[in-house]
Design a protein around this ligand. Structure first.
Ligand SMILES: Cc1cc2nc3c(=O)[nH]c(=O)nc-3n(C[C@H](O)[C@H](O)[C@H](O)COP(=O)(O)OP(=O)(O)OC[C@H]3O[C@@H](n4cnc5c(N)ncnc54)[C@H](O)[C@@H]3O)c2cc1C
Length: 394
């Protein structure tokens, strides 16, 4: 395909698309609003479905070097130190936990031609003129392109132009993100992802990084209103410890450490929106959070963005026109991403259950654990066993 593609956004999704296109020798240019490359963020869980993508893009060794390997999962309660359920991951492909900044940097470093990215380019609008798309950037000259991919995140200006009525909605949850240096008391949390569930609260904890690991924490609370001006604000750690009061000795140790640790802790309002009916219009399409923002309760937002990118690059390489490539990509991705969006929402209800629902949940988990904890793998098999490489090679 000889048409030049403009990608907006050098986040996890945009960079993965750039890398996949570069490997196929397809012409593109990536525009990012930040002034320079900034690797940001705390932890990311990378399940086997997305590890397959990264391995296929040639990153196996480097990915292993920045990651901690997760072998299983554990569910606990705010009511004490009893484990409600634990199971081992059933997959030959690894499940990794790393720092988002390390993965972001790895994607950037893997891109051979750094001239294919322009920083300090904030897209303000675009218009379609015949076969061309004119892109307007703040403080820059106009740019012409043949196709446009919005990989520009949950507040995507590309999506806002395609769907002016569709606005991301506050989902009713606030999340605090923090990291702590890993220490001996946290050893029961090694090699797995642990979730503590309490009334209207849950906490996810997992080690990340390879050498000198950190404990990554995501603390989520049901919070009906988001009054803040921004989407991310510095958090009051004493307030967090108070809000997440519980009867688990280990979780209380973590909360005490969180308060005394100098690392900053941020509060995020969680936003999502209903699945869109389509993402593609002619030579314009969406990818990652701009197409399908996800609540983080199945740890799949970045994974879906990278699966999208891998499959989109293949469609572009296989099809003779950009329009058919974009339609094929959308066809392959809409149903799966909508189902993952819904699953993430459902998980919030399970994690935050109260009263009788919480009792039934805990008894059910106890029973499954007693009979065969491995059965819990079946719940996520459709997500983790998905193989984008096989899919595009059929
Ligand atoms: C608490 C929390 C925990 C999470 N944990 C996980 C996890 O464990 N595993 C997982 O897979 N996912 C996780 N996620 C989700 C994941 O972080 C996101 O889904 C993922 O980063 C989306 O990638 P993206 O490339 O689509 O968007 P983004 O990473 O948001 O990138 C968008 C890029 O576009 C740029 N941009 C925006 N507007 C413009 C413009 N006008 N012009 C130019 N550039 C622009 C931005 O600067 C940015 O660089 C979590 C999310 C949260 C909130």
């Amino acid at each position: 395909m000889s048409e030049k593609i403009a990608i907006i956004g050098a986040g996890i999704g945009g960079l993965t698309l750039a890398l996949a296109l570069e490997k196929k020798g397809i012409d593109f240019h990536l525009y990012e609003q930040a002034n320079s490359f900034e690797a940001l963020g705390y932890g990311l869980q990378l399940s086997p479905n997305v590890v397959r993508v990264l391995q296929n893009l040639g990153m196996s060794k480097n990915l292993e070097a920045i990651s901690h390997r997760c072998f299983g999962f554990e569910l606990r309660s705010f009511e004490g130190d009893r484990t409600l359920a634990q199971w081992k991951l059933d997959s030959d492909t690894p499940y990794y936990q790393c720092r988002r900044a390390d993965l972001h940097q790895l994607l950037y470093n893997s891109l051979q031609n750094k001239h294919s990215i322009s920083f300090a380019q904030k897209l303000t609008s675009y218009r379609v003129e015949g076969e061309e798309i004119t892109l307007n950037f703040a403080h820059q000259d106009l740019v012409k392109s043949h196709a446009l991919v919005g990989a520009d995140g949950v507040r995507s200006p590309v999506r806002q132009t395609l769907f002016p009525q569709e606005k991301p909605q506050y989902a009713g949850y606030a999340a605090y993100r923090a990291i702590l240096p890993f220490k001996a008391e946290y050893n029961p949390l090694m090699d797995k992802a642990t979730v503590w569930m309490g009334e209207n609260h849950h906490v996810v904890a997992y080690p990340n990084g390879n050498q000198n690991p950190w404990l990554n924490l995501v603390l989520v609370v049901k919070d009906s209103q988001w009054h803040q001006q921004g989407w991310t604000i510095p958090a009051d750690k004493q307030e967090i410890a108070q809000s997440f009061k519980n009867k688990s000795k280990l979780l209380n140790t973590i909360l005490t450490d969180l308060v005394s640790n100098p690392e900053p802790c941020y509060k995020w309002g969680l936003f999502d929106h209903q699945p869109l009916p389509f993402w593609t219009q002619g030579k314009i399409t969406l990818l990652g959070d701009s197409a399908h923002p996800l609540l983080p309760f199945q740890a799949q937002g970045a994974a879906m963005a990278m699966e999208d990118a891998y499959i989109l690059a293949h469609c572009i390489a296989q099809e003779t026109s950009i329009q058919t490539a974009f339609v094929k990509y959308q066809h392959l991705r809409l149903k799966r991403t909508a189902k993952v969006q819904q699953t993430s929402r459902n998980n919030a209800n399970i994690f935050h259950a109260t009263g009788i629902k919480a009792m039934v949940r805990d008894m059910g988990l106890g029973l499954i654990s007693l009979v065969n904890g491995q059965l819990l793998n079946q719940k996520t098999a459709w997500i983790y066993n998905y193989d984008p490489i096989k899919l595009v090679n059929i």
